[in-house]
Design a protein around this ligand. Structure first.
Ligand SMILES: [Fe+2]
Length: 381
C-alpha cells in the first residue's frame, strides 16, 4: 500500500494575500527576517489583517540556515504573545524556522498554533508545502534536517506580487533548486503516478518560464508560473523524496558557503548522466531513470528518439540554462582554492553518502561514484 496526501490548502495567483483578510479575533504572530520587515512587506501583510479584533505580533529575527538559538527565541516570543495563528513569511529559511518554532512550542507546552500560513517570498524551496525543516547547530557546524507531519503548513499563499522584486541571481538559484526538486522526485525510488504528475508539470513550467522570469523580473505571468512550479515541485519531493544531487549539494553548500540552488545547479547534469547509466544503456541495458528522463525530454519539447538522445538533450538544456544564469561549471570558477577542496573531498563524499536524500536515489551509489561526480566540478590537486 502506498499513500499520497496534499494536506496544505494552497491559495495562489494575483491577490491571493486576500486570504489573510479572513482572520478575525486572532492573536497572530508573523515570523520573518529583518529584511522583510524593513522592506515593508510585513506592513503590507499587517494591513490585510489589522482590525476585526486581531492582535498582531512580529518576530523578525530569522536568518539564513536558522540556528537553534533563533528557534528558541521564537518559541519564547510565541509563548509571551500567546498567538494562536502563525504567518511564516520569507524565503525557505524563514519558513523553515517558523515551522520549527510552531512544532517546538507545541511539544514543549509553550503555545498552540491553530492555523499556520506559509507565504514564500522566493520561488524555490517549496517549504510552504513540505513536512521538512532544516535547523543548524552553529557551534558544531551541523545541519539537522527535521521531518515531521506536524511541520507541514496548513495554508500556503503564493502571491506573485511578493516575488516580483527578487533579483535575477536569486531568481535563477532558487528556480534551479525547484527544477532539481522536480527532476529528483521524478526518478526517486518513491516516485508514484501522483508525484510524477506534479514533477512533470513543475518541470515543464520551469523550463519555459524560469528563463523569462530571469530576463524580465516584471514579467508577472512568468513570476506566477515559476512560483506555482516551485510549490508543485515541493509537493512532489515532499512525497517522493530527493536524490544524490541534493546529497552532494548539501556538502558543497556547507563547506564553501555557496547557495543551495547554485550548489545543486553545479551537479545536476552530472547526476542525471549517472542515474541514467548511459554506458549500460548504450549496451542495450534497460534503465527506468533513463526512460523517465526520455519522457520528460519529450514533454519539454526536446529530441527524444531514444534514451541516449533524450538524456543528452536534457543535460545540454540544463547546461544552457546554467550558462544563461551565469552559474559557473567548476568551484575553481568561484575562486575556491583547489587545495581546500582536496582536503575536504573525502569528508564530503562520506557525508553525501550518509545524507538522507541518498536513500531515495534511483541508482545505488558508492564512494567512488560520488567522488567522480564531485571531481567534475572540483579540480583534482
Ligand atoms: Fe533543494
Amino acid at each position: 500500500m502506498k499513500e499520497f496526501d496534499l494536506s496544505t490548502h494552497v491559495f495562489f495567483g494575483e491577490n491571493s494575500l486576500e486570504r489573510l483578510e479572513w482572520c478575525e479575533n486572532k492573536r497572530i504572530i508573523i515570523i520573518t527576517d529583518a529584511f522583510m520587515e524593513k522592506s515593508g512587506v510585513v506592513d503590507k501583510l499587517k494591513a490585510r489583517m489589522d482590525g476585526r479584533g486581531n492582535e498582531i505580533f512580529v518576530f523578525s529575527k530569522t536568518v539564513p540556515d536558522p540556528p537553534i538559538e533563533v528557534i528558541a527565541e521564537g518559541v519564547k516570543c510565541l509563548a509571551e504573545c500567546q498567538a494562536n495563528v502563525m504567518v511564516a513569511l520569507g524565503g525557505g529559511s524563514a519558513i523553515d524556522a517558523a515551522k520549527a518554532v510552531r512544532v517546538m512550542a507545541d511539544r514543549m507546552g509553550f503555545g498552540h498554533i491553530e492555523e499556520c500560513f506559509a507565504i514564500p517570498t522566493t520561488s524555490g524551496t517549496g517549504s510552504e508545502v513540505t513536512k521538512f525543516s532544516v535547523i543548524t547547530d552553529s557551534a558544531k557546524g551541523v545541519k539537522y534536517p527535521l521531518v515531521d507531519d506536524d511541520l507541514q503548513p496548513m495554508v500556503a499563499i503564493l502571491d506573485p506580487e511578493l516575488v516580483s522584486t527578487v533579483p535575477p541571481a536569486i531568481t535563477a538559484d532558487t528556480g534551479i533548486d525547484a527544477l532539481v526538486h522536480a527532476l529528483e522526485a521524478y526518478v526517486s525510488t518513491e516516485a508514484t503516478d501522483f508525484t510524477d504528475a506534479l514533477a512533470e508539470k513543475a518541470t515543464t513550467l520551469l523550463m519555459k518560464f524560469l528563463p523569462l522570469a530571469y530576463k524580465d523580473g516584471n514579467d508577472l505571468l512568468a513570476r506566477e508560473k515559476v512560483h506555482n512550479a516551485a510549490c508543485l515541485a515541493g509537493m512532489a519531493f515532499n512525497a517522493a523524496g530527493l536524490g544524490i544531487c541534493h546529497s552532494i549539494a548539501h556538502q558543497i553548500g556547507a563547506k564553501f558557503h555557496i547557495s543551495h540552488g547554485r550548489s545543486n545547479a553545479m551537479v545536476l547534469a552530472e547526476v542525471i548522466r549517472f542515474n541514467a547509466d548511459l554506458e549500460a544503456v548504450g549496451k542495450g541495458h534497460r534503465n527506468i531513470s533513463a526512460r523517465k528522463y526520455q519522457r520528460m525530454a519529450k514533454l519539454i519539447g526536446l529530441p527524444y528518439v531514444n534514451n541516449l538522445v533524450a538524456v543528452n538533450a536534457l543535460t545540454r538544456r540544463i547546461e544552457e540554462m546554467k550558462r544563461m544564469f551565469g552559474i559557473p561549471a567548476t568551484l575553481k570558477d568561484l575562486d575556491i582554492d583547489p587545495v581546500d577542496v582536496s582536503e575536504l573531498r573525502s569528508e564530503m563524499v562520506q557525508n553525501a553518502l550518509k545524507d538522507k536524500c541518498t536513500q531515495t536515489n534511483p541508482r545505488p551509489v558508492s564512494e567512488e561514484d560520488i567522488a567522480k561526480i564531485l571531481n567534475k566540478i572540483t579540480p583534482l590537486v
